[in-house]
Design a protein around this ligand. Structure first.
Ligand code: RB5
Length: 145
């Protein structure tokens, strides 16, 4: 799979450990930064992954900030992106089965490497269930206020 990944400074350390893990699994990784612990703004990095997903450059995305909250909010502002902030294997599984999540969000300051590996493996391997969920995820992009 082609996987786009980005983090702010709060997710940087975890990203650095995840990139080699993804490569070991045989995936092509588009590492969109950040590339140091220096403070940056998470929306500036979410947008790199959003562009890769919306353009079809990547099939899946992974985003991280300190909590995963800000960067998932930023990613979810864009049509066609379904970013799931995951803190358990069950959430990773359901985000795929029910929501067809195409972006996995994690909190770099709250997620161990072992947990991140577990969430990523489930996120990449679990298929979307389709059926009634197709109607629901369509409404995410089509419902207007
Ligand atoms: C940066 O300190 C922190 O606010 C950011 O990484 C993230 O947790 C925001 O949601």
């Amino acid at each position: 799979m082609r996987i786009s990944i980005a983090a702010d400074h709060g997710g940087f350390a975890l990203k650095q450990q995840i990139v080699p893990f993804l490569k070991e699994l045989g995936h092509t990784v588009l590492d969109r930064g950040t590339n140091s612990e220096s403070s940056v703004d998470y929306p500036d990095y979410a947008i790199f992954v959003v562009r890769d997903i919306v353009s079809g450059e990547a099939e899946r995305g992974i985003v991280m900030c300190g909590t995963g909250l800000g960067i998932s909010m930023a990613a979810n502002r864009h049509k066609g992106v379904r970013a799931a902030l995951v803190q358990s294997g069950e959430y990773a599984k359901l985000s795929r089965e029910h929501n067809d999540a195409n972006v996995l969000a994690m909190g770099g300051r709250f997620t161990s490497l072992d947990s991140a590996k577990e969430f990523i493996t489930i996120f990449l391997e679990t298929p979307f269930e389709g059926d009634r969920h197709v109607r629901r995820i369509k409404k995410i992009d089509t419902t207007e206020i």
